[in-house]
Design a protein around this ligand. Structure first.
Ligand SMILES: NC(=O)c1ccc[n+]([C@@H]2O[C@H](COP(=O)([O-])OP(=O)(O)OC[C@H]3O[C@@H](n4cnc5c(N)ncnc54)[C@H](OP(=O)(O)O)[C@@H]3O)[C@@H](O)[C@H]2O)c1
Length: 325
């Protein structure tokens, strides 16, 4: 497994990270605790040390499941969790509702200090390795947020600071205000918006980038059939990316890259993840998994090295098949 440093924090973690949004259930049609714990254990058994979660993933459920799964193995994992999507007050802009409760974006000092204690309790740990502002709040100055996070780092409650879903000006403000070690942004074969905006800045400033939805919510897993139906509140039900036309485009793309998978004795998902990890500026690829099999498959992508020829061929097939998605 490739290892990477989280910015300038001195913390090393596996380049493939396990994402646990779906494990929280919310927006993913529910969750199964036993399967989730198996998935987290399988990830660790297969070399994944980086585990990403957030309070908002099922209003604490994902963090609690991670806490249970890592019991007795805390020293084997690097935990990333987040702050700034809150339901204990209604300051800051409204973000979304969950279980009928409004969730607000807020990164004020007292709120973060409250949140970190809740996360430490749910995760059953006394430190968080990487603490990330989940979505940006338009009312609190980033300098105030950063000062709070640095205070927590000085106290040893967190070890590194990250920010997610940032604009270029947010990113610049974080870098100006203190030591930002990571950003977390959507990046995958069908969504590469940050390549020309955020990534040149992170590379120049030694800030790590964690790609999220690296498999485009499973669309690029190699297992997305034309007949797959999503249940309950699964967000993919209404996501236009999962239209029949797009699934057909993805299927044609997968057929085109199959020879590369064969050469590397790899699955299609592994080739997609390896490609993501080899893009300029991407340091870690977060991949969600709900079963032990998915976690194991995704972890193995961290041992694949695609050649320049492989990368060029994949880029050309992306252009041919996925550009319209
Ligand atoms: N900061 C943010 O705002 C933000 C936003 C989104 C995500 N994230 C983080 O990034 C992580 C990864 O992104 P994501 O979970 O949204 O999407 P993703 O990694 O692109 O897709 C995850 C889903 O794809 C399917 N899948 C994964 N591996 C597979 C395999 N080997 N074979 C077949 N299917 C497979 C699973 O769903 P099914 O089995 O149901 O198909 C899984 O839940 C999240 O879990 C979260 O930690 C952060």
């Amino acid at each position: 497994m490739i290892q990477q440093e989280i910015g300038q924090s001195g913390i090393q973690a596996s380049a493939i990270g396990l994402g646990t949004w779906a494990i929280g259930g919310w927006k993913w049609g529910g969750t199964d605790d036993a399967a989730s714990i198996d998935a987290i254990s399988a990830a660790i058994d297969n070399g994944i040390t980086l585990i990403d979660t957030a309070p908002a993933y099922g209003m604490g459920r994902s963090e609690e499941i991670v806490g249970r799964a890592i019991h007795g193995r805390r020293d084997k994992v690097v935990i990333a969790t987040k702050c700034g999507l809150v339901w204990h007050h209604q300051n800051g802009p409204h973000h979304v509702d969950q279980n009928g409760q409004p969730i607000h974006r807020y990164l004020g000092r007292a709120s973060i200090i409250h949140e970190v204690e809740q996360s430490l309790r749910r995760l059953n740990t006394d430190y968080i390795d990487l603490y990330i502002t989940h979505w940006q709040d338009t009312v609190t100055p980033i300098s105030e947020t950063m000062a709070t996070l640095e205070e927590l780092r000085d106290q040893g409650k967190i070890r590194a600071i990250g920010a997610s879903n940032v604009s270029v000006s947010d990113l610049q403000a974080y870098i100006a205000a203190g030591q930002l070690d990571a950003i977390q942004e959507q990046y995958n074969m069908v969504h590469r918006d940050i390549a020309k905006t955020l990534l040149p800045i992170t590379v120049a400033n030694n800030v790590a980038t964690l790609s999220y939805s690296s498999l485009a919510l499973g669309l690029l897993s190699g297992a997305m059939t034309s007949t797959r139906v999503f249940k309950g509140d699964d967000l993919r039900q209404t996501n236009p990316r999962f239209s029949p036309e797009n699934r057909a485009r993805v299927a044609a793309f997968m057929t085109a890259i199959e020879p590369i998978a064969t050469i590397h004795d790899a699955s299609l998902a592994q080739i997609v993840i390896a490609w993501t990890l080899q893009q300029a500026g991407v340091t870690f690829a977060l991949c969600g998994a709900r079963t032990a099999m998915q976690a194991q498959e995704n972890a193995k992508a961290g041992t694949i090295s695609l050649t320049p020829n492989d990368l060029a061929k994949i880029d050309s097939e992306i252009e041919t098949h996925l550009a319209a998605i």
